[in-house]
Design a protein around this ligand. Sequence first.
Ligand SMILES: Nc1ncnc2c1ncn2[C@@H]1O[C@H](COP(=O)(O)OP(=O)(O)OP(=O)(O)O)[C@@H](O)[C@H]1O
Ligand SMILES: O=C(CO)[C@H](O)[C@H](O)COP(=O)(O)O
Length: 408
Amino acid sequence: MAVCTVYTAQSLNSSCSISTPSKSHLGFHQKQVIFFTKRSTNKSRNTTNHVITCSASDAEKTVVIGLAADSGCGKSTFMRRLTSVFGGAAEPPKGGNPDSNTLISDMTTVICLDDYHSLDRTGRKEKGVTALDPRANDFDLMYEQVKAIKDGVAVDKPIYNHVSGLLDPPEVIKPPKILVIEGLHPMYDERVRDLLDFSIYLDISNEVKFAWKIQRDMAERGHSLESIKASIEARKPDFDAYIDPQKQYADAVIEVLPTQLIPDDNEGKVLRVRLIMKEGVKNFNPVYLFDEGSTISWIPCGRKLTCSYPGIKFTYGPDTYFGNEVSVLEMDGQFDRLDELIYVESHLSNLSSKFYGEVTQQMLKHADFPGSNNGTGFFQTIVGLKIRDLYEQIVASRAGAPVTAAKA
Ligand SMILES: Nc1ncnc2c1ncn2[C@@H]1O[C@H](COP(=O)(O)OP(=O)(O)OP(=O)(O)O)[C@@H](O)[C@H]1O
Ligand SMILES: O=C(CO)[C@H](O)[C@H](O)COP(=O)(O)O
């Protein structure tokens, strides 16, 4: 049974306990507190201002998903694919800060963990730390607020403003059905990690990251090649120390590497993408190709799939990853015609699609998103379907579960 901590104090019921508040900075949102307090009425009354700890119903608990990656590695693109699987467009909070990093749709709220930077741009410069350094981030607040949301309590979350480099006044985040926490450190702090119902790491190899960053930062942000190189180099030690190790905790990793189909390729346009899926994760059954647990190599090009040079190759099989048993589905190469993807989709199982061809339909719908012609978009879409399935399984199991006794 979940426990939430509420900062106010006019009413208590028998499933609540009371203590003196020690952390009044945690930013629980007052309106939600009042709402919550009303719901948890009213067997006895208490008039002093203390922390009230109440039991929230498991059925109402928000499902929390973590998405980790370095900056510029496709998190936003992945989020757009994910929210589309749930059927709604994601938008910034209405009438709020125009520089908010939050995206809200009917089912999901995506918060960016950059909002938990404890040092603004100037502060980091003065202290000589990067944003990747844990000392530039407030993990206590991140933990308390993600936990509160998971327990059904709205919070006043800070905003890191990427335009000004400053910390802006907070915005209210109400508990959604699904909360996605995306950013540099969703799996860094053990307490936050333990709140996640599912975690994903986007592992973009240095060569590919460099190509994407150049494409975006030169074309869209007017940065010079030298400054992009310098920024990647400056971040690398902290990336290796604090961001990259999180992949060992991920339930699914999307690894993006240069192709092996073109000898000595240095263009970085054709990609080899691996979907690494942990075995034994609750509510998550890895996708497989042809025969679960076998080792398969498949070149689908021919009569049913148009492939220009260098073609497409799929592999699938069991493996180990940081000591964990995993299944790995790999795609090297790119699609010429997205509508023919149905041929590949029909040979995959455990996709958690709701109808035949749903993956292909999603890919066609977002054909203009980066990565739609290769394994990045394909596997992001599949992970989106798996998250929807995980959510539905959690909700179904809660609905069928006996009501647990309240914990004081
Ligand atoms: N699958 C992909 N294939 C090719 N390019 C991609 C892919 N995903 C992302 N990119 C490139 O990387 C850029 C950054 O993508 P996106 O905005 O999704 O990343 P991000 O992790 O959210 O970045 P940031 O954290 O800096 O906001 C895109 O503009 C695009 O140029
Ligand atoms: O790694 C990052 C995550 O997005 C950013 O660099 C970090 O948030 C700092 O932002 P800015 O460069 O806008 O000050």
